[in-house]
Design a binder for this molecule. Structure first.
Ligand code: HEC
Ligand code: HEC
Length: 449
């Protein structure tokens, strides 16, 4: 009988497919997730002796004394981060443009705001924000602290379109916030300052230290030696990344520094994208010093495989294009960073072979951290239920126990089991279309008779 089902399931098709996500109160664990403990591997906190550049993250943390991460504070931050109510027409949240599965960036070159408008630059990853020692935020470093930065998207005319007063009043009017503010701050008063603090705590808690890179790094004494868990190609790419240019490398580590692969303190850099300024970047933020013209923040390369497209304008679609830029495309802009010039002050030509270019890409991919991408504590707390209307061919699957399943929205974290009103019995296939619209909840179960 069972093989019979399979045949019918695979030929039956319902003509529409959609997932409608209901807007609900956030679903949170009774004890908050742990955001405050950082179980960093030793290589994060121990500098490699005699290394010309710092390798540890010691002294880099931009967490201010008056806003340490607490589990309840970051929990409130998580809810604010995912709450679409906090935009002019209740359609956009921070997560619309900073998606966990895309390294907390956005696969769109420019992001779409609440009213369909486009942002001026490509969205940035939020990973390892806390280890940017200068503590400045945005590509052009225009905000001096994260606490100031996190209030800007709400007030941006394209992004979320609110005033701070409106923000406070919307937050105050949601039934779920008083308790969360009490847990985080001791009483239920909603203030802009508390919103900023909670969001900053959540953002600072997004750090990556469980990639293939970290597993290898933990087995050797420094960044230089071959990692036992790497392929020969990945180890070659690592050498090219770390080595200076005269030694045949790409000097990438000069700017993408430390185990967090985030710039240490030299400030915004010009990595040679344009011959003439197309976007003044940090030049607008620091108008009195011409060296900042066309310079941009160097954010982390952790999870870089997931954050395409690349650069402040998202001009490169793939990591291969990024590497080709450094290999042959660096432009002689007046503020080009010294690290990317040769002895004559001209842009470097790395002249990598195809093998070397592929090796660099392979190395960058060792920094992919799927634990972080899938960690429930960084996921959307609002999706706890959704209605599925599916295409049997593509959206249902049968596992080896003959359980019927469907593909939920990526961010859905409950266990998905189909509710009992979709009972498939021996009278298949004629009952199947009844299953086309299902209410899925965290506790639903499916029965196949
Ligand atoms: C409509 C899309 C959009 C929304 C909504 C949005 N952002 Fe962003 N975010 C961006 C873009 C684009 C940038 C880069 C802008 C720039 O540098 O000029 C950015 C940059 C940032 C940065 C700077 C990262 C760094 O390393 O400097 C942080 C932090 C950030 N956003 C957090 C948030 C938070 C928190 C929210 C919600 C309150 C939010 N964003 C909402 C698109 C968005
Ligand atoms: C002089 C400093 C410097 C050096 C050296 C350097 N980079 Fe960069 N890198 C930057 C800056 C600054 C940016 C952001 C530029 C922008 O968007 O305008 C960047 C961006 C990137 C990005 C895209 C990041 C994103 O989130 O979009 C990748 C990938 C990257 N670099 C890899 C490398 C590799 C690989 C090397 C070595 C071949 C290297 N970098 C060498 C400064 C540097």
């Amino acid at each position: 009988m069972k093989s019979y089902y399979f045949i019918f399931l695979s030929i039956l098709s319902i003509s529409f497919s959609a997932v409608t996500i209901s807007s609900l109160s956030p679903v949170l664990p009774s004890n908050p997730y742990d955001y405050s403990t950082l179980n960093l591997p030793a290589h994060f906190t121990t500098d490699v002796p005699n290394s010309p550049l710092p390798t540890s993250i010691n002294g880099l943390d931009n967490t201010p004394a008056d806003n340490p991460i607490t589990d309840n504070g970051a929990t409130l931050g998580r809810v604010l981060f995912y709450d679409k109510a906090l935009s002019a027409n209740a359609t956009i949240s921070c997560s619309s443009c900073h998606q966990a599965e895309n390294g907390f960036s956005d696969p769109a070159t420019l992001s779409v705001g609440f009213d369909g408008g486009l942002t001026g630059r490509h969205s940035m990853t939020l990973i390892n924000s806390r280890w940017y020692q200068r503590g400045r935020f945005f590509w052009d470093e225009r905000e001096a602290t994260l606490e100031e930065q996190v209030l800007m998207p709400f007030q941006d005319a394209v992004e979320m379109g609110l005033t701070l007063q409106e923000l406070d009043s919307i937050v105050s009017n949601q039934s779920y916030y008083p308790q969360l503010f009490s847990n985080a701050f001791g009483d239920s008063n909603v203030t802009t300052d508390r919103i900023a603090k909670a969001l900053s705590q959540f953002v600072r808690s997004i750090v990556s230290y469980t990639s293939k890179y970290d597993i290898g790094r933990a087995q050797v004494s420094g960044i230089g030696p071959n990692f036992p868990n790497f392929t020969a190609e990945e180890n070659q790419g690592k050498q090219l990344f770390m080595q200076t240019i005269p030694n045949g490398g790409g000097a990438c580590f000069a700017c993408h520094t430390t185990e967090a692969f985030v710039s240490a303190n030299p400030g915004p850099q010009n990595n040679g994208l344009d011959l003439v300024t197309t976007d003044p970047g940090a030049g607008t933020t620091f108008p009195n010093n011409p060296i900042f013209d066309a310079r941009f923040k160097t954010s982390t390369l952790r999870n870089i495989e997931l954050t395409a497209p690349y650069m402040h304008d998202g001009r490169f679609t793939t990591l291969e294009e990024v590497i080709e830029h450094y290999n042959s495309g660096i432009q002689a802009h007046p503020t080009l960073s010294v690290a990317l010039t040769d002895a004559n002050g001209d842009p470097v030509q790395l002249n990598f072979t195809e093998t070397e270019k592929s090796a660099l890409v392979a190395f960058l991919k060792t920094m992919t951290d799927n634990t972080l991408a899938n960690d429930i504590k960084f996921s959307d707390p609002f999706i706890s239920e959704f209605t599925f209307q599916g295409n049997i061919d593509t959206d249902y699957f049968l596992d080896e126990n003959w359980d019927v399943g469907i593909s939920p929205p990526k961010s859905f974290q409950g266990s998905i089991i189909i509710e009992a009103d979709c009972i498939i019995d021996d009278s298949l296939p004629f009952d199947l279309p009844d299953c086309s619209e299902l209410k899925i909840t965290n506790s639903s179960t499916v029965t196949i008779k």
